[in-house]
Write a protein that binds this ligand. Structure first.
Ligand SMILES: Nc1ncnc2c1ncn2[C@@H]1O[C@H](COP(=O)(O)OP(=O)(O)O)[C@@H](O)[C@H]1O
Ligand SMILES: O=C(O)C1=C[C@@H](OP(=O)(O)O)[C@@H](O)[C@H](O)C1
Ligand SMILES: [Mg+2]
Length: 169
């Protein structure tokens, strides 16, 4: 395991980036950073209210600034939001300075996670299942560049972490 580089987890919302990052950080005894949690702490508001009160543009700007400052630090385990790689600059800095791990899931299995995440993900609000599937499919393009890919279907977070530890060197 490269002790210098930070590890960044990417993938569609609900795939388990935050859960898996936390567990991975514990296993590796490294610092865990969740960009969404950092933004919520700063604004003292949950993400849906940040979107509602300040707009997605403000959220994306802070997301970019925070990822820039974190990506340059060594040895961290960083969970970014599923929309972070929409910004090319974020994608490029993460790919050049960190090990980028893409967590992926089938849409069929993702649907079972929906009830767990629906209220807290403003990007999903007001969308039909069909529209969510379109977004899911569209978003795959932004995750196409990565260093390691892990399929999470039918795996619990511990199993996902074990696979990451096997694959990341
Ligand atoms: N491997 C898994 N199997 C089952 N449920 C999971 C798994 N990973 C995460 N979850 C659950 O799915 C929901 C979304 O997980 P989260 O880590 O917040 O995803 P993300 O950060 O990618 O949006 C949470 O309720 C979490 O407990
Ligand atoms: O995909 C997105 O656009 C978003 C994903 C969320 O993070 P998770 O991927 O951790 O759910 C959060 O950053 C925000 O609600 C926007
Ligand atoms: Mg998350």
């Amino acid at each position: 395991m490269n002790k210098e580089k930070s590890i960044v987890l990417i993938g569609f919302m609900g795939v388990g980036k935050t859960t898996v990052s936390k567990l991975l950080a514990e296993k590796l005894n490294r610092q865990f950073i969740d960009i969404d949690e950092e933004i919520e702490k700063e604004f003292k508001l949950p993400i849906p209210e940040i979107f509602q009160k300040f707009g997605e543009k403000t959220f994306r700007k802070r997301e970019k600034e925070l990822i820039y400052s974190m990506a340059e630090q060594h040895g961290k385990i960083i969970s970014v939001g599923g929309g972070a790689f929409l910004q090319e600059d974020i994608k490029n800095i993460c790919l050049s300075t960190c090990t980028v791990i893409f967590l992926t899931i089938s849409f069929e299995n993702w649907k079972d996670r929906l009830r767990l995440i629906q209220d807290s993900r403003p990007v999903l609000h007001g969308k039909t299942i069909k529209e969510m599937e379109e977004l899911f499919n569209q978003r795959q393009a932004i995750y196409a560049d990565h260093h390691v890919k892990i399929t999470v279907d039918h795996k619990n977070p511990e199993e996902v972490v074990a696979e990451i530890l096997q694959k990341v060197d």
